[in-house]
Design a binder for this molecule. Structure first.
Ligand code: FAD
Ligand code: DHB
Length: 394
């Protein structure tokens, strides 16, 4: 097989890249280890920044998003006896939209079907070759068990945090930074109407909690738990009790409504950055190059921002022979990556507490910071700009 761009990974980064390239007349082939069903049903992110919504809309992927996405003006930040609203529209004139990654993935899948995009699901043994030559290629075994070779002008690693692309860059040519946080999130999905109009991020001495949602009848919640937690260690009753305690803010008149839990999983919390995001004929995008802890809702948005930058750079390279934008891709993308890495680390460390062995000094610093970002316009604007407001190309 031969194509212009070999894309490894059919997550949001890989499929959106193939969509953007096709619109500019550049062809690509996507290879993916998982099945299409698996990719479209795995529950992950739920919040789209306005720049993500604008981009998806501009490239013809906005119809269902406009009809079913729920636009929010802001978020609540809370701690015991306080629940404060930050209004992003008032602060910076931008909104966020609740629309699950599962739905983005389905919209992308349908659009790629309509375009006749070649996507090989269920492959094994993906390997990258000759990246430092003019003729890189990818090998894999397809779902029928046939060994395949895909020749390309460039290879793009959109294969997330477990794929082979990031390690295909020779060690001497890459630098990495990472941090593991001493807690995980227990995430649940429940068939119950949200007990809030907008997301609640709650600081609590027992640990962080987040009330999010997917629709008017489906709610999404997260609880800070110790890193070695197994989802099965928490019964449904224990989960609802902990959520009610951590999300209750001590004021009369607010109650959490429980409902049937339909999914339960534990997410580890990491920061990771690998740079540069380009090595010869290999480009990295999305989680393949960087991971953020989920507290700032940045992971999916960052993957979209990467490919929004990479697609025109590849079009310039492959259609016009102009290497300039591709040469600038890594440095430009990394500015936003580090901004989001900082913001996600900052939100995470401001909101997660130490549980039993908590440092009381740190808790006071966190509470002071929460009071500042919710009472000072400068503090609130800073949070709003990072959460909702970074333009594509920042
Ligand atoms: P991915 O979506 O990971 O896609 C990579 C694709 O590459 C996958 O489909 C994978 O199967 C495929 N692949 C891997 N190896 C190979 C191979 N060898 N050959 C071919 N294909 C391969 N972000 C938030 O903002 N909020 C959240 O609540 C949130 N929850 C998350 C929960 C989980 C369990 C995870 C893992 C991530 C979560 N994220 C969240 C992060 C967000 O979902 C990611 O940032 C986003 O999916 C990145 O998109 P991507 O396309 O770069 O990577
Ligand atoms: C969701 C996940 C996040 O990490 C976040 O900060 C907000 C919402 C969600 O899955 O809905």
């Amino acid at each position: 097989m031969r194509t212009q761009v070999a894309i490894i990974g059919a997550g949001p980064a890989g499929l959106l890249l193939s969509h953007l390239l096709e619109a500019e007349g550049v062809d690509s082939v996507v290879v993916e280890t998982r099945s299409r069903d698996y990719v479209e049903s795995r529950i992950r992110a739920g919040i789209l920044e306005q720049s993500t919504v604008d981009l998806l809309t501009d490239v013809g992927l906005g119809a269902r998003l406009a009809a079913e996405g729920d636009r929010h003006r802001g978020i609540y930040l809370q701690w015991p006896h306080e629940r404060q609203h930050l209004d992003f529209v008032d602060l910076i004139g931008r909104t966020v939209t609740v629309y699950g990654q599962t739905e983005v993935q389905k919209d992308l899948g349908r659009a790629r079907d309509a375009a006749g995009q070649p996507i090989h699901y269920g492959v094994t043994g993906t390997a990258l070759h000759d990246l430092d030559s003019e003729h890189p290629y990818v090998t894999f075994t397809d779902a029928e068990g046939t060994q395949q070779r895909l020749d390309a002008d460039v290879v793009v690693g959109c294969d997330g945090s477990f794929g082979p692309s990031r390690a295909a860059v020779p060690e001497a040519a890459r630098q990495t930074w990472q941090r593991a946080y001493p807690y995980s999130w227990l995430g649940i999905l429940a068939d119950v109407a949200p007990s809030t109009d907008e997301l609640i991020y709650a600081w609590h001495p027992n640990g962080f909690a987040l009330h999010s949602m997917r629709s008017s009848s489906v709610s999404r919640f997260y609880l800070q738990v110790p890193p070695e937690t197994d989802a099965g260690m928490w019964s449904d009753g224990q989960i609802w009790d902990a959520l009610a305690e951590r999300l209750g803010h001590g004021e009369a008149g607010w109650q959490l409504t429980p409902g049937p839990i339909t999914a339960k999983s534990v997410l580890p919390m990491h920061s990771f950055v690998q740079q540069p995001m380009r090595y010869c004929r290999l480009f990295l995008a999305g989680d393949a190059a960087h991971i953020v802890p989920p507290t700032g809702a940045k992971g999916l948005n960052l993957a979209v921002a990467d490919v929004a930058l990479l697609a025109p750079a590849l079009v310039a390279l492959l259609r016009r022979g102009d290497p300039g934008p591709a040469g600038a891709y890594s440095a430009t993308a990394l500015r936003r990556v580090w901004r989001c890495t900082h913001f996600s680390w900052w939100m995470t460390t401001m909101l997660h507490t130490g549980g039993a062995g908590a440092d009381p000094f740190e808790a006071q610093l966190q509470l002071s910071q929460l009071r500042w970002v919710t009472s000072s316009e400068a503090g609130a604007r800073g949070l709003a700009e990072n959460y909702a407001g970074l333009p594509i190309g920042f």
